[in-house]
Every structure is written in structure tokens, then in C-alpha cells.
Design a protein around this ligand. Structure first.
Ligand SMILES: [Zn+2]
Length: 139
């Protein structure tokens, strides 16, 4: 299996690790949307958030929080975007779980295009019920 993130984790590809704990590590994205754009990557090879064992999530998220705080401090950020894509249709290109932590600045010309939809009359409740039912069946 040829996975660039596994290769980086295993030091088969040299990289500059910013941080690591037992379940996650962080590197700079070499194709940044903004300078300081970090990839926070699970150590285990899981294709996406749905594959990650619950036990790993806590350490992954605590790494996300720590590195995000460090980015805020290092660059005096007012904000950042935290993004994880699931599936090609959502823009996922490397199928090994990772968060993007993208520093934001005033007038940085980064636009996540939002095409806001409106719910029709009963649609809102219908969607809410469908989600609640799905959650119930996962329990
Ligand atoms: Zn991998």
C-alpha cells in the first residue's frame, strides 16, 4: 500500500514534524491555502473520520486543539478554519484521515463558497427526524 501519510509517519519520506502524540502528528501542508496551514494526521491508516476507533479520537482532537492554539499564538491569529473532508465528492484527495488547520487573516482572499438553501415547510422536521432516527440506530 502506498500512502504518503503512512510514508511520512514511518519516516520514509523526510518531513518536518511539528508535533506528535501517540495517535496523531502534525506537518505543514506543502500546498498551503495560507502560510502556516497545518495538516493534523492520524497515526493509524484510517481513510476518514468514520473509520477511526473511538479510543484514538480523544488524542487526535487534543492534538488538534493544541496545534490550533499554537498557530493562534505563533501568528496572532484572529481565527482559523478546521476542515476534514470525507469522500472524493467532498474534496478528499488523500484517503488517510487528516484535519486541515487553516490560519485566517483579514482580507486573505480565501472563500468557502456558501450557497445557502432554504427548508420548505415540513422539510426541516423531516431532516431532523431522519438524523435522530439514524443516531438512535447507531446506539
Ligand atoms: Zn496511510
Amino acid at each position: 500500500m502506498d500512502c504518503i501519510f503512512c510514508n511520512i509517519r514511518d519516516k520514509e519520506i523526510p518531513s518536518s514534524i511539528l508535533f506528535e502524540n501517540e495517535k496523531a502528528f502534525a506537518i505543514l501542508d506543502i500546498n498551503p491555502m495560507n502560510y502556516g496551514h497545518v495538516l493534523l494526521i492520524s497515526k493509524g491508516h484510517y481513510s476518514d473520520i468514520l473509520e477511526i476507533p473511538e479510543n484514538d479520537l480523544k488524542e487526535i482532537l487534543s492534538a488538534v486543539q493544541l496545534v490550533s492554539k499554537a498557530l493562534v499564538d505563533a501568528f496572532s491569529l484572529e481565527g482559523f478554519n478546521l476542515v476534514a473532508n470525507k469522500g472524493e465528492i467532498a474534496g478528499q484527495s488523500i484517503f488517510h484521515f487528516h484535519f486541515h488547520i487553516i490560519p485566517r487573516h483579514k482580507n486573505d482572499n480565501i472563500n468557502f463558497v456558501r450557497n445557502i438553501k432554504k427548508y420548505h415547510e415540513n422539510q426541516f422536521n423531516k431532516y431532523a427526524d431522519q438524523i435522530r432516527n439514524a443516531i438512535q440506530s447507531l446506539k
